[in-house]
Design a protein around this ligand. Sequence first.
Ligand code: PBG
Length: 321
Amino acid sequence: MIRRNRILRTTPAIRAMVAETILKPSDFIAPLFITEGEHVKEEISSMPGYFRYSLDGTVKEAKELWSMGIKSVLLFIKCPDELKDNKGTEAVNPNGLMQRAIKAIKNAIPEMVVMTDVALDPYSSYGHDGIVEGETIVNDATVEVLARMSVSHAEAGADIVAPSDMMDGRILAIRTALEQSNLTDTGIMAYSAKYASCFYGPFRDALDSAPGFGDKKTYQMDYANSREAIKETLIDIEEGADIVMVKPALAYLDIIRIIKERTTVPVSAYHVSGEYAMVKAAAKMGWLDENKAILEIMTSIKRSGADLIATYFAKDAVRLL
Ligand code: PBG
């Protein structure tokens, strides 16, 4: 035998020397769920160990993330029912919860990269990402609101807006609106290949944003397809996306890989709520070692080509590094 492959696996030291994929704190984007009130900390029932915070707790959490070396937060707000409608009125309120959250975090930690979710679902009386007419989610009227929403987030101080709606043409509309408002330093992280996935279930509990009728299959992608992900992503880049995203992550590592190979912008992957919940549930049953699962999953997502990983395990992962 002249090929002894096990030599490079003999000791921890030699394994460390030849490890190809190394996670670091700045790989992670930490999603935050924000709710109205003061001193509110509510555990999300289907996401054990993950919480909705009011603004005070959100700022505290963001400071802790920053102290751990995590450079970015991705903000989601839970909109009170009485403010929901079919037009996204609250989404563009300069004094809305999202806009106040952006300001509060940027005030406390100016260097933190604040990213914001741009889609209408938390604000929609129908729980859909866009404006509803009959049974249809209408594209162009939605895009117009998303552009105004993005400008509103940027004016409040957001560094990067992250449209997660999967409407056509929204990246160009957002980029154009930002330019027209002279907000030339605001970036766009496009959820370019976002699949219609059952793994978003717990997230919809967190924001009380489950669709009131139907599903999201007329705008989110069919998980049977991979070439469509390339089409969506290349168009988003042409329209001005700075970072592109694949979502979910673990069941879509092949998509992350092809997007990485076909593009020259940073690629992010969203390890979503259902993926988090699966690990938590198995760990609770004693069927998996949670810490080992976290590191293995995060490393595999990075190995597949992700430059950035949005995950509810961000803090855990950094603690384990
Ligand atoms: C909303 C949005 C969703 C997620 C991020 N932004 C849910 C959806 O599309 O229904 C899911 C995130 C997660 O499950 O962790 N547009």
